[in-house]
Design a protein around this ligand. Structure first.
Ligand code: HGY
Ligand code: MN
Ligand code: MN
Length: 396
């Protein structure tokens, strides 16, 4: 499975993945998923929001155990973030069939669409729509960098965008969702464990900063006559680092767009996207307020007009203790229980159904990079752990 998936959407130059929602690479990943489902005799379906489901047992019976993750990536992402969870879910089912267990609950394997939000800027679109945390109206407003809307992109990919929206009946038929994911950090490497359990997801969000200045000639405009938004942007990036350090949080300006983006032109507009996360809400609020205050002060000093828009936000997620503790009993009480700053579909869905996460050791902790890696032995340990917890949940 891994070898079949590996080449899809991989850029030969960077070695990173470019599997963005509703693009050709995404379509190829979806084709791969459907083939894996059908080769196992699973009932394949795509839900109203474009999430893929592979069912064993009656999808309408209720109290289903669902395992899975996502197949899309960030720009030049790694091979494991998302796909490890989906491949491990099919492999865990193979393992349970090999064990000859008898399933007493329906089982589904899922691929949630557009988890990374790389193309339209909002993370977890497929699960947010299903959970009713993103309205169709808001989804219709999403645009990619070329101005293509989410519905246009879905239509071009052969999906009907008119049906997107909350899917309470589907979620009501799920008793538990367990997402296996490569760890995005080094806690397991430090404890020496191949597999860990998730305790919580930090609150996190994305804010767009628009710095409006005045376009002018880079060669003939005196410094004192400039209203250069790039300077204010730069001061804001440094302020973000300072505020995060002071609060023990994280803040990243990882994406920027400049207009007119000419080497010899002072920009008229600089747009920067801030990703910030903290262990608790009040700390995050403090960091965000500090960054915005510093940006406003720098902007007023330089005659720049600043507009800040919160583009997405996910409150803290505490994974349900009963499910987590049941999994700890199956896997052994010594299994590490870790918090994470990374968002996941399991986090979004936890508002509607009991969810849990398994992490697989990432020796360097690097993620959202072509360098992301997990050792095969640890991946196999992850499959075994997922099979064990799935057996505990779905079998006699
Ligand atoms: O951004 C995140 O935390 C996740 O990888 N979508
Ligand atoms: Mn990710
Ligand atoms: Mn992920």
């Amino acid at each position: 499975m891994w070898a079949d998936l590996r080449p899809i959407g991989r850029d030969a130059t960077s070695g990173g993945y470019r599997r963005y929602a509703w693009t050709g690479a995404d379509a190829d990943c979806r084709t791969w998923f459907q083939a894996q489902a059908e080769s196992r005799g699973l009932t394949y379906e795509t839900d109203r929001n474009g999430n893929q489901w592979a069912w064993q047992g009656d999808p309408l019976a209720g109290d289903a155990v669902v395992i899975g993750s996502h197949l899309d990536s960030v720009p030049d992402g790694g091979a494991f973030d998302g796909p490890l969870g989906v491949v491990s879910s099919f492999a865990a089912l193979d393992e349970l069939r090999h064990r000859g267990v008898e399933f007493t609950r329906p089982l589904a394997i899922t691929n949630f669409g557009d988890e990374e939000g790389a193309r339209f800027g909002l993370a977890c679109v497929g699960s947010r729509l299903a959970a009713g945390q993103l309205t169709p109206e808001k989804a219709y407003e999403l645009r990619d960098g070329d101005g293509i809307s989410l519905p246009q992109a879905m239509e071009a990919a052969g999906y009907d965008p008119s049906t997107i929206g909350a899917d309470p009946e589907r979620l009501a038929r799920i008793g538990a969702f367990v997402e296996l994911h490569v760890e995005q950090g080094r806690a397991l490497d430090l404890t020496g464990d191949a597999v860990g359990l998730a305790s919580a997801i930090w609150p996190h969000g994305r804010w767009r900063y628009d710095f409006h200045g005045e376009a002018n000639h880079a060669g003939t405009t005196r410094l004192v006559d400039r209203r250069d938004p790039m300077l204010t942007y730069a001061e804001t990036v440094l302020a973000a680092r300072r505020e995060a350090e002071l609060a023990g949080a994280v803040a990243t300006f990882g994406k920027i767009s400049v207009e007119p983006n000419g080497v010899n032109a002072i920009p008229s507009l600089v747009r920067g996207w801030l990703d910030s996360r903290a262990a608790d809400q009040s700390t995050l609020d403090q960091v965000i307020a500090g960054i915005e205050a510093a940006a406003q002060e720098a902007a007023s000093r330089s005659g720049i007009d600043l507009k800040v828009v919160r583009e997405s936000f996910t409150p803290v997620v505490e994974f349900e203790h009963a499910l987590r503790d049941e999994m700890a009993r199956v896997l052994g009480d010594g299994i590490p229980v870790l918090g994470t700053g990374a968002g996941h579909d399991a986090g979004i869905l936890s508002a509607r159904i009991p969810t849990a996460m398994l992490f697989v050791r990432n020796p360097t902790g690097v993620s959202h990079s072509p360098a992301e890696y997990a050792a095969e032995d640890d991946c196999v340990a992850g499959v075994r752990a997922l099979a064990d917890v799935t057996e505990g949940l779905a079998c006699a």
